[in-house]
Design a protein around this ligand. Structure first.
Ligand code: ADP
Ligand code: MG
Length: 724
């Protein structure tokens, strides 16, 4: 069997594949029929629950009122019969551990009835609280093994739903996951707490505009980028299989330079897969809306309509689960890794973020009247201030080994956290803060008296280089990685906005606001103060160019290039105090996150380097040596018949083999030298292990470019990215 048999078989499988039909195409079932059909939603509850129970539950969902046991029992009873009607045999408390994944523990509804039969049981306390064996989830020191119990607590604000499987269905209940002392072991708990904190501070500001009262919630809409590649290739690459990215791979002769993939026609198989993934989302009430090709070959995007942060976070996790599940059905694998392929664009998850309430509307929407404008300017100033003061924190919450490959690599924003306002809005702030004439109207803008000039909505690709871009009625946090939960970024944004609004409210409360005019003046003074303090964080130019790095350094903006640089921010007193002050995370909880994420960083790099060593020794080295042998035999044969052939290639291959052997030894030695201690290990990975991995890859990729194709065992970039 030749060395490239795996590749040839994979290609032939793909070429000869039969099209997969979807279950029931959209031509036969309408979106409105299936939307939310598997969700125990408010409208389902309204139909099925006694009026009083429904009212109590709604109050809990909307205003955070406490739920009593009899209400919980009534809801549980109805939830059970609803689920049983849909064929559910099991229920699962779904929770979101710090690994960023979705975890669930399934239990059967059925218990023996003592008479040889079985009975479906599901009481209020089972709904409200579960006890999974949490000992295998990282707690970052919060939980000792002797107190390993973790509890899952029903999150009434995120509706229960049915997950389908060909062999049965499961009732899924979104929960928070806490230790027996009540400390958060998960990503959901701090999201809920930070939403509360944001509401409290927002109300103080809104009071001045008469728009307070209704709960202010942050809203989120995440644009998910992903790759789809054929599973035959996936399973032939140990690196993709075990690390989610290629650790080796020479650049293909054709990459993404023509930009011909972006917004091009979606390939048939991929489109069929998207349809079905969307259908699965619709059933779960996830409002997915946009789909298109992305910049890199084989790369796509899916985006939902925005929802309240907590629900958006749960739904985002489900989108990732669905994409992976459905892709498999179509013979593909969905790669959510931030950088599956070196040299082509990686994947991000642009996180669109705003906040609003029934009374105040969207608070990042400028509005049409001077009063609405004033309110908008306070919230916008608060955001500018938040990003200025808490830039290192925003960097830390998007830090991961995989996202490091993207940030600053001219495909995603740099690690420098700046904010993009656009020319029009910047002019407004300049006018207010520095008395400059507004270009469009030749006079100075006054808060409370003037209407803002029109602020255009982002066209989608205007300034793609800013990590935090104002896009007309929201901010888009573009540094989030494709594989990350949006919970961490949302917790940070909610909390720093709460802190900033606290600052703003305190200022306005101290001012004379007895008349609308005086309120306008107070707001103007506040906006001016904030802008003058924080204007260095505003940058409307090209975030990818080198000059910006120099300019940002001059401005004193932090540039935390890698995860090892960024994560220690979570250990600083400022950040721990911030989360503690607004009851989002205790210092211990914040510290535990530092521990867990650092461990994930070093673990990722250790696993990747293990895979590299294995592949280099058992796959790439043998291919190189075989080729070297062929060349040597051929040269010897030629010599026998009196021909003096060129030995350049043999010499080159021999040199590469020697270099590769050296690189393997160096990486092994690097790994063996990893020091004890969290921070030391992270720094070491950054400074020693990763460079050794890069050196090994460099020589291996050179070998791939020269070895005879029929001896090369690994699917190539060209095959993985272009054959489907
Ligand atoms: P674009 O392509 O210009 O970025 P889209 O319409 O695709 O615009 O929107 C991107 C995302 O922004 C979507 O998920 C959308 O729901 C979300 N979004 C829009 N308005 C808000 C808002 N007020 N709060 C949070 N997300 C929002
Ligand atoms: Mg966008």
């Amino acid at each position: 069997m030749s060395g490239n048999a795996v590749r040839l078989e994979a290609i032939s499988e793909i070429i000869n594949q039969q099209p997969v039909g979807t279950t029931v195409p959209f031509t036969e079932v309408s979106t409105s029929d299936i939307f939310g059909e598997n969700v125990f939603s408010l409208s389902v509850m309204q139909k099925r629950l006694p009026k009083d129970t429904y009212k109590l539950l709604k109050a809990t969902i909307e205003a955070g009122a406490k739920l009593d046991a009899s209400t919980a029992n009534a809801v549980a009873a109805e939830m059970k019969s609803w689920a049983l009607e849909r064929g559910a045999t099991h229920y699962a408390h779904v929770f979101y551990p710090l690994t960023g994944l979705t975890a669930e523990k399934h239990d059967s509804f059925y218990t023996p009835d003592g008479k040889g039969g079985t009975l479906a049981e599901f009481e209020g306390d089972t709904l409200v609280q579960g006890e999974p064996d949490g000992s295998s989830f990282p707690s970052g020191g919060i939980r000792q093994t002797f107190e390993a119990r973790g509890y899952t607590i029903w999150d009434v604000t995120s509706p229960a739903y049915i997950m389908e499987n060909p062999n049965g269905t499961t009732l899924c209940i979104p929960t928070a996951f806490v230790s027996w002392t009540g400390e958060a072991l998960d990503k959901k708990t701090p999201v809920l707490r930070s939403m509360q904190a944001l509401n409290v501070q927002a109300q103080r500001v809104l009071k001045f505009f008469g728009t307070d009262g209704a709960f202010v919630s942050s809203t989120a809409g995440a644009e998910q980028e992903y790759f789809l590649i054929d599973k035959n290739f996936f399973y032939a690459r140990p690196d993709l299989l075990n690390a989610g990215r290629t650790l080796f791979g020479a650049a293909p002769p054709k990459g993404q330079e023509f930009d011909d993939h972006y917004f091009g026609a979606i390939p048939e198989r991929v489109l069929a897969c998207m349809f079905e993934a969307e259908r699965e989302c619709f059933k779960l009430g996830i409002p997915v809306k946009t789909r298109h090709n992305e910049v890199a070959p084989g790369q796509y995007e899916i985006a939902p309509v925005f929802e309240f942060s907590n629900l958006a976070t749960d739904h985002q996790q489900l989108i990732m689960v669905n994409l992976q599940k459905v892709a498999e059905k179509y013979g593909m694998v969905c790669l959510l890794h931030e950088k599956p392929f070196q040299g082509v664009n990686g994947s991000g998850k642009h996180l669109n973020f705003s906040m609003g309430s029934a009374n105040a509307g969207n608070l990042f929407d400028p509005g049409a009247t001077p009063a609405e404008n004033a309110q908008f300017l306070v919230f916008c100033a608060a955001m500018i201030r938040a990003v200025f003061h808490w830039a290192p924190l925003l960097r830390a919450v998007v830090a991961s080994a995989s996202n490091d490959h993207r940030l600053g690599a001219n495909e995603a924003p740099p690690a420098i956290l700046s904010i993009f306002l656009g020319d029009e809005l910047t002019e407004v702030f300049e006018s207010i803060a520095k008395g400059k004439e507004l270009g469009s109207r030749k006079r100075v803008m006054h808060v409370g008296a003037d209407v803002l000039p029109e602020i255009p909505r982002d066209s989608g690709d205007r300034n793609r280089t800013s990590p935090m871009a104002f896009t007309g009625n929201r901010f888009e946090f573009r540094a989030v990685g494709s594989n990350q939960s949006i919970a961490g970024p949302l917790v940070a944004m909610n909390t720093i906005m709460a802190e900033s609004l606290d600052f703003c409210a305190t200022k306005i409360e101290a001012a004379d606001t007895s008349t609308p005019k005086k309120l306008g003046a107070a707001v103007e003074a506040l906006v001016k103060e904030v802008y003058l303090e924080c204007e260095n964080v505003i940058f409307n130019g090209d975030g990818y160019c080198d000059e910006w790095h120099a300019e940002a350094a001059k401005r004193g903006l932090p540039n935390l290039k890698t995860t090892a640089d960024a994560l220690p921010v979570l250990k600083t007193k400022e950040v721990q105090d911030l989360f503690e002050k607004y009851d989002v995370l205790s210092a211990r909880e914040t510290e535990s996150r530092y521990e867990v994420y650092s461990e994930q960083y070093t673990m990722t790099i250790n696993v990747e380097s293990n895979i590299m060593l294995k592949m280099a020794r058992t796959t790439i080295f043998p291919a190189a040596v075989r080729y070297q042998g062929e060349l040597a035999i051929s040269l010897a044969n030629l010599k026998d018949v009196g021909i003096d052939a060129d030995t350049d290639t043999l010499t080159y291959v021999t040199k590469l083999i020697a270099t590769m052997q050296g690189a393997i030894k160096a990486l092994k030695a690097a790994k063996d030298g990893e020091p004890e201690g969290t921070e030391a290990a992270c720094d070491y990975c950054r400074d020693t292990t990763i460079p050794a991995m890069e050196a090994l890859r460099e020589v291996a990729d050179k070998i791939e470019s020269v070895v005879a194709d029929d001896l090369w065992p690994l699917p190539t970039y060209q095959e993985m990215l272009f054959i489907r």
